[in-house]
Design a protein around this ligand. Structure first.
Ligand SMILES: Nc1ncnc2c1ncn2[C@@H]1O[C@H](COP(=O)(O)OP(=O)(O)OP(=O)(O)O)[C@@H](O)[C@H]1O
Ligand SMILES: [Mg+2]
Length: 507
């Protein structure tokens, strides 16, 4: 029995058709994955269901009745809730206050009463939250659970989750999956968007695949494999880019000594980190999220001043240098926060020259023609799905990342800092970014890859360091690294304490 039927949905943005006659149905009590490459149209379809966009054609049925959904309010009335990646909670209020905010009659309840109610819902639904905590003190995973609870407290029977796991650490993914399974048992339906095929194969009952705005098909999990899903998404089967050759190290290009930095809460985030990266190699920094990776990336990009230690690039002391000076010295950065590297309101062409305007202006005037010509070149070279004059914010995540790659790598940097470079990207875009990093390595750049994706580190890095609470637990050659060893180091065991062998490479 379908709770939702979307029939012949068409959505156009100017000349682009983001959804092209899509049929999608959701059964009661199922977890249904929506898969597709960046820009395939998944978010658009779900925004239509939640009333944030209006379809140009097609209709939506809820429990077999045609409905008109003009706004999220209409969606909620129809029992549909959505949790996006941009949370809508008020940081200065408590969890309980956020959950009752805007509900009729909420003002007559006293705070303790509200907290008790939230506690009850939280236990019944198996979604752990702390009712009295201020939202601004919560981790991303906790905030997400509050959002889920908020949707459910408005009697949602259908829950849309747009890439919920992209921001979660493995332990939080487990909590979320437990909760989703419980909701399924209670007869609720979940639409789950993710780029991670293993997750989809773990949690979902059926999978719908979109490609270039069109429906490829809907399959039952029991009747498919990850390989088949990948092929449905991109039309080919071979995935996985990995380092092929042994490194040809050619002397250190990036040297970091005893680096210290404060985190956003004023606490020490880096406590004396030291390593070097040679020309022609990739050094991977693995670790569980929140152990200083963000700060390390920001310090090396010149966006956070270190409170101690030294940074040397090709023997030049660049400790405390800003982004411009680092770029000048040959450091290219692919930052974790894509939006910090791009100006949302500017076009693709403008974003491609953002930090090299000097080269594109004369006498204080920008040379528009050259900026456009430059954009056409890089759009073609990096296969960016966009036009030079498109505002950057319209691009999908994968295409935004390609713009950042093009801008940084086009200057053939000596040192490449890549922080979480494939987060949120589909399989095709992920392979692309990884192959670009390997290309940098092959041409002799020193690449520092900071990633929470252990598979990525193991596939690309020549040597692997593990960061834990702002310190390195050790550095070892990739050939000597096993998931077990790295896992132990990720929980705070030093390499020597696990394996006091000569393999340890204290470079
Ligand atoms: N408001 C908008 N204006 C113009 N174009 C848009 C708008 N929203 C989305 N698009 C375009 O529609 C297409 C589909 O985008 P959508 O966000 O639905 O993709 P997606 O499958 O969710 O991708 P991702 O995996 O990167 O999140 C893309 O080409 C995107 O650039
Ligand atoms: Mg999306």
């Amino acid at each position: 029995m379908p709770v939702i039927q979307m029939q012949g949905i068409v959505k156009r943005f100017a000349s682009l058709t983001a959804n092209n006659h899509i049929n999608f149905d959701l059964e009661q009590g199922e977890i249904h994955a929506l898969l597709g490459e960046n820009g395939a149209g998944k978010t658009t379809l779900m925004r239509i269901l939640y009333g944030l966009y209006h379809a140009d054609e097609g209709q939506i049925l809820v429990n077999n009745h045609p409905v008109t959904i003009r706004s999220p309010h209409d969606a909620i009335q129809n029992g549909i809730g959505m949790v996006t990646q941009h949370f809508t909670l008020v940081p200065t209020l408590t969890v309980a206050e956020n959950l009752t905010l805007g509900q009729a009659g909420s003002f007559i309840l006293n705070p303790l009463e509200i907290q008790r109610q939230v506690e009850k819902d939280s236990q019944r639904l198996g979604i752990p939250v702390k009712p009295a905590a201020l939202v601004r003190h919560l981790s991303v995973g906790e905030q997400q659970r509050v959002e889920v609870l908020k949707a459910l407290s408005r009697n949602a029977r259908v829950l849309i989750l747009d890439e919920p796991t992209a921001v979660l650490v493995p332990q939080e993914v487990e909590i979320l999956f437990d909760a989703l399974q419980r909701l399924r048992q209670e007869g609720l339906s979940v639409i789950f968007i993710s780029h991670k095929l293993p997750e989809v194969m773990t949690i979902c009952d059926r999978i719908t695949v979109l490609r270039d705005g069109a429906l490829v098909g809907t399959v039952a999990k029991s009747a498919t494999t990850a390989t088949e899903l990948a092929r449905m998404m991109v039309g080919r089967e071979n995935f996985g880019v990995a380092r092929q050759s042994e490194r040809q190290p050619a002397g250190p290009l990036l040297q970091v000594e005893a680096l210290q930095a404060q985190g956003s809460k004023g606490l020490p985030a880096l406590r004396g980190v030291g390593f070097m990266v040679e020309a022609g190699e990739i050094l991977g920094i693995a670790g569980v999220s929140g152990n200083g990776q963000t700060e390390l990336g920001r310090v090396l990009a010149g966006m956070l001043r270190p409170s101690g230690g030294h940074i040397r690039v090709d023997d030049k002391n660049l400790t405390g240098a800003g982004p411009a000076e680092l770029a000048q010295a040959g450091v290219g950065c692919i930052l974790e926060d894509r939006h910090a590297s791009l100006v949302d309101d500017m076009t693709v062409a403008e974003n491609l020259v953002l930090d090299q305007l000097d080269g594109f202006s004369r006498g204080g005037m920008l040379n528009r023609a050259r900026i456009l010509e430059n954009a056409r070149k890089w759009i073609a070279e990096y296969q960016i799905k966009a036009s030079p004059n498109d505002p950057i914010r319209q691009l999908s995540g994968g295409n935004m990342q390609k713009v950042i790659l093009a801008r940084n790598l086009s200057r053939t940097p000596k040192v490449v800092i890549a922080a979480q470079p494939t987060r949120g990207l589909d399989v095709g875009a992920t392979d692309y970014v990884r192959s670009k990093l390997l290309e940098q390595r092959a041409r002799g750049a020193a690449v520092l890859l900071i990633s929470e994706d252990l598979d990525e580190i193991m596939a690309l890095a020549d040597r692997i360091a593990v960061i834990y609470e702002g310190s390195l637990m050790g550095i070892l050659p990739a050939q000597a690294a096993t998931v077990e060893t790295l896992g132990l180091m990720m929980t705070g065991k030093t390499l020597e304490s696990i394996r006091p062998t000569p393999e340890a490479d204290h470079a």
